[in-house]
Design a protein around this ligand. Structure first.
Ligand code: GUN
Ligand code: ZN
Length: 488
């Protein structure tokens, strides 16, 4: 339930920490590795020199540090979100192509765009994209590039400079491709060599902050050789393997035609050695019981991208059935089939999609609760990547991958706030605002992008459709200025 607050009285500019060590006093909300979640109305986060969390708890338990801390109350600290599926070169076309099915949309809106994503384009677009991720509250992203090696080099360099935690892969396609300059006779070897070179340069760079994912686009655009060889490379290097699976009925029929020996779509990847705990498959909207069982047995990770699935009319993933079967699922924005980079938005659409299934009589199970969605968007994503020992929640010992949110942006009317953590999370997912994330840190290092840090210039907030017109949320305003006071 909301309650009315008196007017804010903070009068000095907030001096948000740039680098560790630091301590922040704020409201804290986080899932916990042991289960459940932690909420502290008056909390303290202490980050050491190395960017590790040494304390995340009640301010009253560390009174001396609490007094010295940067006090951002009533802002809320959450773990940074984990986006398990996004196509960085596609950002310019987010929100375009409504009404098309997957294969038509790829042909008309995506392949022509990715074809332009050369090194020069990446030099400009990638830094802006990383800022947009941070602005959306994402501190870890698993990302597809385009097919061009030099553009991936630029994308990695931009991630290195920006500070985000990222797993990135060069898209591999040897059956159909938009690279018209390449000789079909050499395409397989070249794709494998370039991916392998990128992996050797970037996988585990900066103490594991940057990682590589071998990225065969999907079975429609890859031969069995490419699938098999890329999976072997992922295994031998310890890098990830990511692709798309069972997204759309026409795509599934095409895969059945191209791989007649396979019993189903998942079997195409299984035969290639592509399943396992380092494999992340996006969509999985239409899985048979057999396919679901194989994914669970093999420990394969799956990404739920509900906004994309409804945009392209691909279908609705039966998430309840998958969770019950024990499938490891995290959330993805899937830009550009998804409209923006917000994982809070993915939670909202995932909730609606689940309820739509209930309305249609396709599921009985009650939909997940707000704090369950918070877990799926953060800690479960980190688990899917096998990095939950370092990120995904605000707990001592982990690296400080943190976001600060001004909850006045999600208040339905000025002066309303939520004392209850589930209510707060409910507003963050159902009323997510493009400017609500005011700061983001990875390993305690501030990321450029969020509006509270750098004024929210165009590109910083993901070129948001900000409703931040005059009069929008209260004290901190939507002007992009660092939060100052309740003064008019
Ligand atoms: N399947 C193969 N490529 C893509 C892509 O770029 N986006 C989506 N949503 N599905 C795909
Ligand atoms: Zn995708």
């Amino acid at each position: 339930m909301g309650r009315m607050l008196g007017s804010a009285t903070v009068s000095q500019r907030l001096d948000l920490p740039e680098r560790p060590p630091f301590s922040i006093r704020a409201r804290l909300l986080t899932p916990l590795a042991a289960g459940g979640s932690r909420h502290e109305a008056d909390g303290l986060l202490v980050v050491d020199q190395a960017g590790r969390i040494t304390f995340a708890g009640r301010a009253a338990d560390r009174p001396a540090e609490a007094v010295a801390a940067v006090d951002v109350r009533p802002w809320v600290l959450l773990p940074g979100m984990v986006d398990l599926h996004a196509h960085l070169p596609q950002l310019p076309n987010a929100g375009l192509g409504a009404g098309l099915d997957l294969l038509t949309w790829l042909e008309h809106y995506i392949f022509p765009l990715e074809r332009e994503f050369d090194a020069a384009r990446a030099e400009v677009a990638a830094p802006a994209a990383w800022r947009a991720f941070a602005s959306a509250g994402t501190t870890t992203a698993l990302v597809y590039g385009a097919v061009f090696e030099a553009s991936l080099e630029a994308t990695f360099r931009a991630a290195e400079a920006h500070g985000i935690r990222a797993v990135i892969g060069k898209v591999m396609m040897d059956r159909i491709t938009y690279d018209e300059t390449i000789d079909p006779a050499t395409i397989l070897d070249r794709s494998l060599r370039e991916a392998s070179d990128l992996c050797s340069r970037w996988h585990l760079r900066d103490d594991g902050r940057l990682r590589y994912a071998f990225t065969p686009r999907f079975a429609v655009s890859c031969t069995a050789d490419l699938l098999r060889e890329s999976a072997a490379l992922a295994r031998s290097t310890g890098a990830y393997w990511q692709t798309h699976v069972a997204e759309d009925e026409r795509e599934i029929a095409e895969v059945a035609r191209l791989f007649p020996e396979a019993v189903d779509y998942v079997d195409v990847y299984d035969r290639a050695g592509g399943l396992g705990e380092r494999s992340v498959l996006a969509h999985a909207v239409h899985l048979s019981d057999r396919e679901l069982r194989r994914l669970v047995e093999s420990g394969t990770r799956v990404v739920h991208c509900p906004a994309s699935n409804l945009f392209l009319a691909s279908g609705v993933m039966p998430l309840g059935r998958y969770l019950e079967a024990g499938l490891a699922v995290g959330l993805g924005s899937d830009v550009a089939a998804g409209p923006d980079l917000s994982i809070f938005g993915s939670m909202r659409v995932a909730f609606y999609a689940w309820n739509a299934m209930r309305v249609a009589g396709r599921v009985e199970a009650p939909v997940l609760k707000p704090l369950d969605w918070l877990r799926m968007g953060s800690l479960d994503g980190a688990r899917a990547l096998g990095i939950d020992d370092v990120t995904g929640s605000l707990e001592a010992g982990k690296e400080a991958d943190v976001i600060a949110i001004d909850p006045s942006f999600v208040a339905p009317i000025e002066g309303v706030s939520d004392d209850d953590p589930a209510d707060l999370m409910s507003r963050l997912m159902f009323r997510a605002h493009p400017d609500m994330v005011r700061a983001a840190w990875v390993r305690g290092r501030a990321l450029a992008g969020p509006a509270g840090r750098d004024g929210g210039e165009p590109g910083g907030s993901g070129a948001s459709a900000a409703s931040g017109a005059s009069g929008e949320p209260g004290a901190s305003g939507a002007t992009g200025e660092p939060r100052e006071s309740g003064e008019p």
